[in-house]
Design a binder for this molecule. Sequence first.
Ligand code: ADP
Length: 336
Amino acid sequence: MADDVVSPEPQDETELAVEGALRPQSLGEFIGQHKVRGQLQLLLDAAGMQDRPADHILLAGPPGLGKTTLAMIVAHEASRPLRMSSGPAIQHAGDLAAVLSSLTPGEVLFIDEIHRMARSAEEMLYLAMEDFRIDIMVGKGAGATSIPLDLAPFTLVGATTRSGLLPNPLRDRFGFTAHLEFYETDELESVVDRSAAVLGVDLGPEQRGEIARRSRGTPRIANRLLRRVRDWNLVHAGGGAVTLEGVRAALELYDVDAIGLDRLDRAVLDALVRRFRGGPVGLSTLAVAVGEEADTVESVVEPYLVRIGLMGRTPRGRVATPDAYEHLELPVPEGV
Ligand code: ADP
């Protein structure tokens, strides 16, 4: 799925570099997520007034909705340095001890995909978050001793696409958890508008709307579609103002459907409807049927299909809704 133009995951180094240029720097520039923005602002203001690091923050939600961006904004707004790490990079308690012990006072530590951190590191993190202290084990077996080490106070910003996988003791140690939601079309239009200005793309409101509607509720995808539209316009129309036909032709070329579903979304929907006759079917069975990891189907595909009402979750498994049949242009069976 990584090469799909509507994949919500970043595709490569070039994309990461462009994303850097498109990232809002302050809460004021950050579009949408009003509630979360207000909550973060309060947290930062209170910490600023008391001249202490802000409480630890957990950002939960599907990929591409702005978790990394918000972590950067937290550091920027608090005028604190930012250290970036990720769960998969922390496979031993020692990896975490090395990061924690080198933090400077007030630093913001961002751990992306925090649910993928090693268990032993997780336990070390509990103490670090609560008391700004860790115990380092020296030696092995009967002669092993633990040496306490004080840490500089810091703010942990954790990001996860699977908050359900976080153990309760870890979740409880965050002073604030923000659940990021998919964006509304008008918010995505603002994202496209802002990015078009940064990239120097001449785009009218209709064209903006078309890109926004097909962006799967995700700013990362909106920015990516915008860049493909810009390329198409340059190659096929010699640059200048982008036409609606240009937007549609570019998106068609990249296999983005009218409501922004990608190949994997459609494959899952198709398997659910045709192969499993609309369900209920277990998530892992569905994932095997489309040759994808259950984790990807659960954290990337399912949330959006549920959000736009094409898939339902029941205690017995996933089910297709009448809209799913209609989207696939199939007759809706009796009783669905
Ligand atoms: P995540 O960490 O949740 O996967 P990112 O923070 O890396 O997502 O965001 C992906 C891209 O989308 C970045 O280029 C970022 O600038 C853009 N983006 C995300 N949220 C917003 C927003 N609210 N306003 C403007 N741009 C956004």
